[in-house]
Ligand binder design. Structure first.
Ligand code: SF4
Length: 234
């Protein structure tokens, strides 16, 4: 939670991710700084960068109750690999059964935005109320909706500073980092899943390579490509 290291070196919009992590940890030391992750490859690379530079840091995740078994296995590996990172689940207390009783069966098919609101966005709001600085693994080239990301920007919805150290990277850069540092990553990535969320709303993308990133496998067949956690349609 309280980063202790990092560098005071100035950074800019074109700085590399590790320089940005150094800067953020130094510049905002003592602030309530958290990272959120659903443990995609980007998140894993960023966790590794942070873990190399701090003695304590909090990574928050929102367990929707619909994670893939492979995601849970990855989480266990990350916990083992990075003992100085505190992995905190702030997922909804609304169980899948309670959701079914209150909102009907398979809400994710009938109204996925409502389902994401209940299982992701509302829990995220509670997390953000307790943070000053929010670090994410978003990249510009992940989708058209993310192309205007900046490496650091004010998030008006949550009223805090948002830092996106990987904003300039391509998926291939992430893959190379993960390979170079032997970072644990979700086994589904090499089985055709470029982006991984809930079991009900994630499908493999035919022909996709591990260095590709597309969001076609998320909510496929529906008019939705983002869960809404990041605002502005992201
Ligand atoms: S990704 Fe699907 S199952 Fe998960 S919260 Fe959103 S709509 Fe519900």
């Amino acid at each position: 939670m309280l980063p202790e290291t990092g560098s005071a070196e100035p950074v800019s919009e074109s700085s590399n991710p590790e320089a940005l992590v150094d800067w953020a940890l130094h510049r905002f030391a003592g602030q309530r700084t958290i990272m959120t992750s659903a443990f995609g490859m980007e998140g894993c690379a960023l966790i590794d960068m942070i873990a190399r530079r701090t003695s304590a840091f909090t990574v928050v995740y929102l367990d929707t109750g619909f994670f893939f078994p492979e995601t849970m296995t990855l989480l266990e590996r990350l916990i083992q690999r990075y003992p100085r990172i505190d992995f905190v689940n702030r997922g909804t207390t609304l169980s899948p059964q309670e959701q079914k009783e209150r909102y009907g069966d398979e809400l994710w098919k009938r109204d996925p935005s409502r389902c994401c609101q209940l299982r992701k966005i509302e829990p995220m709001k509670a997390v953000m109320e307790e943070a000053d600085v929010w670090v994410t693994g978003l990249r510009r080239s992940q989708s058209a909706t993310r192309q205007h990301l900046r490496v650091a920007e004010w998030d008006w919805r949550y009223d805090l500073l948002k830092i996106n150290p990987l904003a300039n990277w391509e998926r291939r850069d992430v893959w190379e980092y993960v390979q170079r540092h032997d970072v644990p990553f979700n086994a589904l990535h090499v089985r055709g899943y470029p982006s991984i969320g809930c079991t009900h709303c994630t499908a493999p993308v035919e022909g996709s390579e591990v260095t590709d990133y597309v969001r076609d496998g998320r909510w496929s067949g529906q008019d939705k490509t983002e869960c809404g956690l990041h605002g502005d349609g992201i």
